[in-house]
Design a protein. Sequence first.
Length: 276
Amino acid sequence: MENFPARAPRLIASDIDGTLLDRNHRVPRRNRDAVARAVQQGAYFALSTGRPFRWIAPVLEQLPVRPVCVTSNGAVLYDSAEDRVMSAHELSPAALAEVVDVAQTVLGTVGFGAERAGGSLADAVEDLFVVERHYSENALFEGFGVVSMGELVGQPAVKFLIRNTDFSAPELYELIAPHIDPELAHLTYSMQEGILEVAAPNVTKRRGVEWLAEHTGVAQQETIAFGDMPNDIEMLTWAGCGVAMENAHPEVKAAADAVTVANHQAGVAKVLERWF
C-alpha cells in the first residue's frame, strides 16, 4: 500500500523500536544515511517514542542529529542537544490512585511502575523510574527504585505502567481500558508483553509531534511519521503521511496511509529515499 505525497516532507518523526532500529536494536546504515541527507537538505528529524528520554542516548549516538525528541509517548519533550526536559504532562496522584484501584479490581494481582519527569540525564535512574514490589519481581531490566504503593502514587508521573505477564498487552488493554474514563487517563501499549502504558488525558505521540510542527513552522501536510505499534496510531493518522512498517500491528497498518518494508530491511530509508 502506497500513498506518498509528491513533495518532500519537512518534518520526519520516527518511532524507535520496531521501526528505526533493526532486529539487533541498531540503526541500519541505510536509515542513518537517509536521515543525514534529509537533515542536510533542510528537513527536521525527531524521534517519537514510548521510551523515557534516559533510554534514547544509545540511539542518538548512531544518528547525525541531536533533535528535540517526543518521549514517554508524548508526555515529555526532551532537547537532546541541551540535555534538558522542555515540558512534561503528568498524571496527578489522584488519577494514579484511581487507575490502581481499577487495575486491582479487574486483575487482582498486578504490578505498577511510574516514570517521573526528571530534568536531565544527570538525574539518578532510581529516582526517575520507581516500582512497587510486585512489579520488581521478574523485572526485564535493572535500574529502578522500589517504593511502597503510597510513595508510588503519591507523586505525579509522566507515564504509569500496569504489568501482569499472565496476559498479553492487547488482552490487558481489552480488560482494563473499558473501565478507564478517557478524561482520567490515556491507555496504550507498545509491546506484546503484558504491560500497559498510562498517560495523562490526550497525551499521545501526536501531541508531541504536533507541537514540533508548530514550533518549526511546518504545516501538518508537510510531516511524515513512521511507526509499528498501537501507541503510534494517533501520530500516524495526524501526520500528512503516516507510514506503518511491514512488521507493524494490524491496527497500525489499517490506520496508516502507506506501508513500507520491515524494520530489519531499513523501511524508514526506503520511504525517505523517494525524496532525499
